[in-house]
Design a protein around this ligand. Structure first.
Ligand code: ATP
Length: 358
């Protein structure tokens, strides 16, 4: 089922929490709502669920207007962070709960319920814990049971609000991989709220990046990472070095350095004499001992050569923050860079945003 949001507005008192949200969630895709704390992700999810109501705007499930329907009439399943399972029920009974409380007319027989719960237990790979109680499970196992419980009633829409938020990094990683695989097997449109960029990039078919109650960009993960359309998205998704300068004759000028703008990834056309900010990811910078094509120079203040790549930190007059560069071990070894050495920084690619001088 596809979900369409039209002109949605939400205030809490005088606080404008959602500003003219227009958005389509595609059928059977997993879409992430990604943004910093307080940007309105959970509010939007709760409005889609019917747990909260918008001031104005419409919500359509397929072509059906559900704007004024309550949560129970929308047919959505939820999984929240710290989702409470019933402590006095076994894992099996927790998963069966949604089916057993159905009205008599639509309630499946006990045999059918047994069949379905067994299949779900298999899906979440916890058949061996069917008779355990929630307090005998790990956090990750509990979230898997929570997911199975919400899937038991076959929702057309599955809403996940930071479902792995309370778990440690390793377990989160395993569960998100598992969720991605699971999602491919199910015919369900899922919306996943997270403030964790890696998590969104890893699990989603599409990402909606939000900031201060507004949508900044909607795209596939690859595009969000490699072709961010706003300074906010660029800085929020992945590490980035920032260089302030201005445009002069098709070049970006930063202090005494300049670089031809034929390698930028953004669609904006450079306009002469305008202030501009270039955002460059650590692996898009090359170190050099010659000033040719360089955008900055500085002193190496830190080298971290543990692992597959080498991270180098450089202090430079052309950047307010230390510049981070990532090199392959080969490139690092063959150039033999040293701590305190003066080096030049040459960008492979610029993501350029201009401030319009009005
Ligand atoms: N019931 C409420 N009453 C008043 N303000 C609220 C209410 N619910 C949310 N807000 C405010 O609306 C803003 C958006 O909240 P929301 O929970 O949607 O953010 P979020 O992006 O999900 O953040 P987080 O990642 O921290 O959960 C916040 O500034 C919050 O304080």
């Amino acid at each position: 089922m596809s979900i369409r949001i039209e002109n949605l507005e939400k205030h809490f008192g005088s606080f404008h929490a959602l500003k003219n949200i227009n958005l389509q969630f595609r059928q059977n895709q997993l879409t992430s709502l990604l943004g910093p704390s307080g940007c309105g992700k959970t509010t939007l999810l709760r409005i889609i669920a019917g747990l909260e109501f918008a001031d104005s705007g419409r919500i359509l499930f397929e072509e059906r207007d559900v704007t004024n329907l309550s949560a129970k009439d929308r047919g959505v399943g939820f999984v929240f962070q710290n989702y409470a399972l019933f402590q006095n029920m076994t894992v099996f009974d927790n998963i069966a709960f949604g089916l057993r409380v159905k009205p008599r007319k639509t309630r499946p027989s006990e045999a059918k319920i047994h069949e379905k719960v067994t299949a779900l237990l298999k899906l979440i790979e916890l058949e061996w814990l069917a008779q355990a109680y929630p307090n005998q499970l790990s956090g990750g196992q509990r979230q898997r049971v929570a997911l199975a419980r919400s899937l038991a009633v076959q929702p057309k829409v599955l809403l996940l609000d930071e479902p792995f938020g309370a778990l440690d990094a390793q377990v989160r990683k395993t569960l998100r991989r598992w969720l991605r695989d699971l999602h491919q097997e199910l015919n369900v449109t899922s919306i996943f709220v997270t403030h964790d960029q890696d998590e969104a990039l890893d699990v989603s078919d599409r990402i909606v990046v939000m900031n201060k109650g507004q949508i900044e960009q909607i795209d596939e993960p690859n595009q969000i990472y490699h072709a961010p359309q706003t300074p906010f998205v660029t800085q929020f998704v992945g590490d980035v070095n920032v260089f302030h300068g201005h445009i002069d004759e098709g070049k970006l000028v930063v202090g005494e350095f300049s670089h031809h703008i034929n390698t930028h990834t953004n669609t904006t056309k450079p306009v002469n004499n305008q202030s501009a900010t270039a955002y460059i990811r650590p692996y898009e910078l090359t170190l050099s001992r010659s000033p040719e094509n360089a955008l900055a120079t500085g002193k190496i203040t830190h080298i971290n050569a543990i692992g597959f790549i080498v991270r180098i930190e450089i202090e430079s007059a052309q950047s307010e923050q230390p510049i981070e560069v990532i090199l392959t071990k080969n490139a690092y070894n063959s150039a033999n860079y040293q701590l305190n050495e003066q080096v030049y920084l040459v960008p492979d690619k610029l993501n350029l945003f201009q401030q319009m001088n009005i």
